[in-house]
Design a protein around this ligand. Structure first.
Ligand code: CP
Length: 324
């Protein structure tokens, strides 16, 4: 693996999941793989899970991680080609990225969308410029449109849950991605990415439910059934993935804060005793009720814990490619 930006960078998803689960059993089995290798983690936006799980994963592989909060501690970066830099930006990505490429062996970048210019966000211009100018493998820690480490974790968590339940021996799980309310505009990244990974996995009956006006880009939702009636969508679900996203059609807009879309135990009763997932951080009692998050059906802690093994499996693949 030369980079990890989307599911397209993965040759064999099931093998990657198996590798992650083997690291869960034996975290230090490849402790020498990353010896004398340094990994840079650049944050243009906040993080808890991604930042810490990727550091732990890198250390499990013997690498030295260095975290840099560009948003708080770095120079303001310019990404526009031909920019006359007489404004607020101080350093061009063309100048900064090659230096990072010399300091590190792998570069990880978190960069959220602006949610104002759909074309700019969906062209992934920021992470693509890190790839272009750094000259070393780049791993997405969430970009403008996708969150692949989260989605790999989600597939791992679903597979883990299926493996421990004999009912799935002769049946595909029904996986439902449901929109939930939120107080502010949230990127489409997690929902896009989850849809793309579940589609590529191909082992689930996949339904997406959201109010009118919240359709995701069809680039990511191939093979999914779209159902605007949430209760209908939740019927017999085995896994319910709860997530807010802002409108893709009316780009970045909050079109609804309808509280009736919040996931509750009453709605859980419509499902096949579904396990409930969320990438976190979650707005309690806005997106998801306390009763679900604190109840037996919630997978959120297991899911967030699995972030380490997902990151470790990806970094190991990249280290193997570097070491060849
Ligand atoms: N799920 C996730 O990416 O969490 P953080 O934003 O805390 O990294």
């Amino acid at each position: 693996m030369k980079q990890f930006i989307s599911v397209k960078d993965v040759q064999d998803m099931n093998a990657l999941v198996a590798k992650a689960l083997s690291y869960k059993k034996s975290p230090f089995s490849d402790k020498k793989l990353g010896a004398d290798k340094r990994i840079g983690l650049l944050f243009l936006n906040p993080s808890l899970r991604t930042r810490l799980s990727t550091q732990v994963a890198a250390q499990n592989l013997g690498m030295e991680p260095i975290v840099f909060n560009v948003d708080k501690e770095g120079w303001a970066l310019e990404f526009a080609e031909g920019a006359i830099m007489n404004g607020t930006t101080v350093e061009h990505i063309k100048d900064a990225a090659p230096i990072l490429g010399n300091y590190f062996d792998i570069l990880c970048v978190r960069t959220f969308p602006g949610l104002e210019d759909k074309q700019a966000d969906y062209s992934e211009k920021i992470i693509k410029q890190f790839i272009k100018y750094a000259g070393i493998p780049v791993v997405s820690l969430e970009s403008a449109t996708l969150h692949p480490l989260q989605s790999l974790t989600d597939i791992i968590t679903i597979q883990e849950s299926i493996a421990s339940n004999a009912n799935f021996k002769n049946k595909k799980p029904k996986v439902v991605l449901t929109w939930a309310p939120h107080i502010k505009p949230i990127p489409q990244c997690v929902a896009n990415s989850f849809s793309e990974w579940v589609g590529a996995w191909g082992e689930a009956d996949f339904v997406i439910t959201h109010p009118e006006g919240y359709a995701l880009s069809t680039e990511f939702t191939k093979g999914a059934t779209i159902e605007h009636n949430q209760e209908q969508a939740l019927k017999d679900a085995d896994f319910v993935y709860v997530k807010n996203w802002s409108s893709y059609e009316q780009y970045g807009k909050v079109l609804s804060k309808d509280a009736s879309w919040m996931m509750t135990n009453k709605k859980l009763a419509l499902t096949n005793n579904a396990k409930v997932m969320h990438c976190l951080p979650v707005r309690r009692n806005v997106e998801l009720s306390d009763e679900i998050l604190d109840g037996p059906n919630s997978l959120v802690t297991q899911e967030a814990s699995n972030r380490v093994w997902a990151a470790q499996a990806v970094l190991a693949e990249i280290l193997k490619a570097i070491n060849i």
